[in-house]
Design a binder for this molecule. Structure first.
Ligand code: ADP
Length: 893
């Protein structure tokens, strides 16, 4: 008996059974025990036999009903039967035959309420409670109206019965409440323990993913890096093919790791959405560039339809939207064998500064089975496995897409006809930041350049010393080899401590630093370098090389004071660009002559972002090369056409050479602006790096450059061409002013152009021409004026008016006096001249002659910076040797 009771207790308290079931078992056993004691009391006190019979009946059915209910998992049925028996049989019998209000049945009513409340659930509980209430009211009413129906107990029976019942019910209620609260506490603790366990598991999982990503990235870094070295060598086609396959496989592995990391971040709720304003067209160009190649390889047609009413600038998480679209587009290409893939973008509901952007990707591929569609967004689920077994994939892509869309408050839907094709539609609400319309979008313009077949380094810096710090020897080897062609002098350190020893002895121009190193890590080492007493690298730029992907990590590195961030596996181009951006300019020689532009790509790599506004100009802007580089101003070359052929201005032909050639051969040459197509190509190549291009063109009435650039810009929605109103260094000064104005990250282009207009009106460009022969030869001066000038020693001063060259004045006399007179005239009203910069731009003059001009000019205005600038060939052939100009800005009032 005791054993049975013990096992019952164990079952109730410690078993893994359901909480409801254990409550039922406990409450029913306790109630039965109480009723049993009450029955004994009734028998002893000689209670009405009918009441004793009812009690016995309920006590007899309770054990089998309870055991049946528990065995068959029908707790509600068992509790219902017992409650029914008590409510309809025991309580009425006890009331009518056990003394009514002078008996104890009324105390048991209270107990029954408790039992019903704790064991029953839902509708059954509500119904039984109502019945019990109705019964109590009926009993009271009946016994009040017809007291003869309820025989009263004797005074002794009344007191005894009620005393036993109150004590029993009181005791049972106390036990029940104690039990319930203990059970609740146990359940609560269990839930808390489980929550802690789940959290620990999540943390462990994240640690695992993060370290797995780190560990896998390190060997992939070696594979990709060394493979890149193989590709750079002169190798057979077969080896090249193998190396390209290794590259493709490594990239797949890398994207797999990124997917797994994304999934783990989403599970732990750490996927951050970083919103910023972005340029819709630029984002589309990048997507188009990536998908086009893949579609082309499979022989698929890839079309893009963009709603012309689409605003040019939006505010959302550009990176995640790109990830969503690339995922769906990659799938469309992957699961389509013939036909086409179409991306359509529509814009609706552009009220209140917001718009609903709908991206639709349609393909004519294998389609998706109807029954698979509800599971399409489940992680690790791949549909139609048999058919797709040769197509690479993990089943993670669409799950990530769905969760990212949800995070961006968007929606995604799919419709598909199996074997015919699928349509994925993503709708994401976004804010509008630039209301101008995107207009007609011509994706052809944005097709990327063919990937260069042969590697060639983007710069050389043989005098630069670079220290590479990494605990992994393979990583050190890869970084050193990747930089070999740049001829920088590399040294390596295996740990933070070794790095600090080296920075005490050598000044490095840049340090590449691994983050995760045993002992002193990269961040600690950076801090130590910055405050190292006697250290020679306190101000040296330090670039972190890390396997920790993710925008949150990037922010941490920036906050710590790193000057750059390169993610492993290190890409050769990113490494070169980032390094180039931090090395001192005088140590770097650019070799990027392929595009015939001078531009420092480093800036983009340095910030990892697109430049909001990129200022570009033409080679005739006569600015020093270092200035163009340091200010990141890409330049497109004019052409110089001579009897010997056509040369690129400033690249294939220098000003002095051309002048010498012209006077030796007694011939003439022509300059020509780039064609519309050349401008288009120039803009298209630069657009992936910036959100907007502002091109500064030569005065519109002096060259076709402005008209051609303007026509080319109409093919883009984010290129603005400005008539500088000047030529030569005057035009260059406008470009410099534009760069100075463009340093904020949100640019309202209309307001910007207005400000620049104001600036350019303050710039003064003039030239004194030594001989009018060249102006005459290039058709800018009539023969009559040319002859007149020659005969009377007339020297015209050319000035810019209404975007055209005109003769501002004519000075008469010998060269020396005329030059002095020009300088005085050009710098008259010195109090109104901005003394910060003066350009002395000249053609075919000796340096001491130019220095003399500088001295004269400085006597009038103490300029802070004077550039002695040789005019470009395209300018030189129009002016002839001996020409020079003073170009400056008037003060801004
Ligand atoms: P993966 O492509 O890596 O297998 P996804 O999550 O991107 O994983 O896609 C899940 C499944 O959905 C794929 O395995 C494929 O069966 C199906 N699927 C996705 N996109 C398409 C599509 N455009 N056409 C046909 N089937 C698709």
């Amino acid at each position: 008996m005791i054993k049975k009771l013990q096992s019952l207790l164990d079952r109730i308290i410690y078993s893994e059974r359901d909480f409801q079931e254990r409550s039922f078992l406990f409450l029913t056993s306790t109630a039965a025990a109480a009723l049993f004691i009450a029955l004994i009391g009734d028998i002893v006190t000689g209670e009405n036999p009918l009441e004793c019979g009812a009690l016995s009946a309920i006590l007899l059915i309770t054990p089998p009903v309870t055991s049946y209910a528990i065995k068959h998992n029908k707790v509600q049925l068992g509790a219902g039967i017992i409650s029914f028996g008590v409510t309809f049989i025991v309580l009425p019998v006890a009331f009518f035959f056990g003394g009514g209000l002078t008996g104890a049945s009324i105390v048991w009513v209270a107990f029954t309420y408790l039992y019903l409340g704790l064991t029953l659930t839902g509708v059954l509980r509500a119904v039984m409670m109502c019945i019990l209430t109705a019964l109590v009211i009926a009993e009271y009413t009946l016994s009040y109206l017809n007291p003869e129906l309820v025989p009263q107990h004797s005074r002794f029976m009344w007191y005894t019965d009620s005393c036993i019942s109150v004590l029993l019910v009181g005791l049972v209620i106390t036990v029940m409440v104690l039990f319930q609260s203990r059970m609740f506490m146990r359940e609560n603790k269990k839930a808390k323990d489980q929550a802690i366990e789940i959290e620990e598991m999540n943390k462990a999982q994240n640690r695992f993913f993060s370290s797995m990503s780190h560990e896998i990235r390190t060997p992939i870094n070696t594979i990709i890096g060394l493979n890149e070295m193989i590709l750079r060598e002169d190798i057979s086609d077969e080896v090249a093919e193998d190396a390209r396959n290794i590259k493709a496989a490594s990239n797949i592995l890398l994207s797999l790791i990124n997917d797994i990391l994304d999934v783990s971040k989403m599970h732990s709720g750490k996927m951050d959405i970083v919103k910023s304003s972005y340029d819709v067209g630029v984002m589309l160009s990048e997507i188009v560039n990536m998908i086009w190649v893949k579609a082309d390889e499979k022989g698929l047609k890839f079309s893009v339809n963009v709603d012309p009413n689409m605003p040019a600038g939006l505010y959302s998480d550009e990176v995640r939207i790109k990830q969503i679209l690339l995922n769906i587009l990659n799938n469309a290409v992957k699961y389509t064998n013939e036909g086409s893939v179409t991306l359509s973008i529509n814009c609706s509901g552009t009220d209140n500064g917001r718009a609903l952007i709908t991206y639709t990707v349609e393909d004519t591929g294998m389609g998706i089975r109807k029954e698979s569609i509800p599971h399409l967004f489940d992680a690790f689920r791949r549909e139609d496995e048999k058919k797709n077994r040769y197509i690479e994939g993990t089943g993670l892509g669409l799950s990530i897409v769905k969760q990212l869309t949800d995070l961006l408050d968007g929606e995604i839907t799919v419709s598909s006809v199996y074997t015919k094709g699928s349509v994925f539609e993503v709708r994401i609400p976004q804010e509008i930041t630039d209301r101008r319309l995107i207009g007609k979008y011509d994706p052809e313009k944005f097709r990327g350049e063919e990937i260069r077949k042969h590697y060639h380094q983007s710069f050389e810096a043989p005098d630069a010393r670079v220290l590479i710090v990494d605990d992994n020897n393979a990583n050190l080897m890869v970084a050193e080899k990747l930089l070999r062609e740049t001829r920088v002098k590399t040294e390596t350190a295996n740990s933070g401590e070794e790095c600090l020893k080296m920075t005490l002895q050598t000044h490095y121009h840049a340090i590449l630093m691994d983050h995760m190193m045993p002992g002193m890590d990269g961040i600690e080492c950076l801090r130590a370098i910055r405050r190292q007493s006697g250290g020679l690298c306190k101000d040296t730029p330090v670039i972190v090389l890390t396997a920790n992907a993710g925008s949150e990590n990037k922010a941490i590195y920036r906050k710590e004071g790193f000057n750059g961030y390169i993610l492993k596996p290190v890409e050769a181009k990113t490494l070169e660009d980032t390094l180039r951006s931090v090395l001192p300019i005088d140590l770097v020689t650019g070799l990027d002559t392929e595009k015939k532009t001078f531009d420092s790509e480093g800036f983009i790599a340095k910030t990892g972002q697109k430049i909001p506004l990129l200022v570009t100009t033409d080679s005739v802007s006569d600015l020093p090369l270092e200035l163009l580089r340091s200010m990141n101003i890409p330049v497109l070359s004019y052409k110089v056409i001579t009897g010997e052929g056509v040369f690129s201005d400033g690249i294939e032909a220098g000003g002095d050479d051309i002048i010498r050639y012209l006077s030796d051969k007694d011939t003439s040459a022509k300059s020509e602006a780039p064609s519309v197509e050349e401008y288009e190509e120039f803009f298209a190549n630069l657009l992936p790096r910036c959100q907007h291009i502002l091109h500064i063109a030569m005065a519109k009435n002096s060259s076709h450059g402005y008209a051609n650039a303007l026509q080319a810009s109409s093919a883009f929605y984010n290129v603005t061409v400005i008539d500088s109103g000047h030529l030569s260094s005057g035009m260059g000064l406008v470009a410099l002013e534009a760069v100075k104005l463009a340093d904020s990250d949100r640019i309202d282009i209309d307001a910007f152009v207005k400000k620049l207009d104001h600036k350019k009106n303050r710039i003064k460009t003039s030239f004194i021409v030594d001989t009018t022969e060249y102006l005459y030869r290039s058709g800018r001066l009539s023969e009559r004026i040319y002859k007149l000038c020659n005969a009377f020693l007339l020297h015209p001063v050319i000035v810019m008016k209404k975007s055209a060259m005109t003769v501002g004045s004519i000075l008469v006399g010998e060269r020396d006096s005329v030059c002095k007179a020009y300088i005085k005239r050009a710098l008259r009203n010195p109090e109104r001249i901005d003394p910060s910069v003066l350009f002395i731009t000249y053609v075919g003059m000796k340096l001491d002659e130019v220095e003399a001009v500088k001295r004269e000019a400085m006597k009038i205005v103490k300029f802070e910076k004077v550039y002695l600038q040789k005019a470009s060939p395209a300018v030189s052939i129009n002016c002839g040797p001996g020409t020079f100009g003073l170009i400056y800005s008037k003060k801004d009032y």
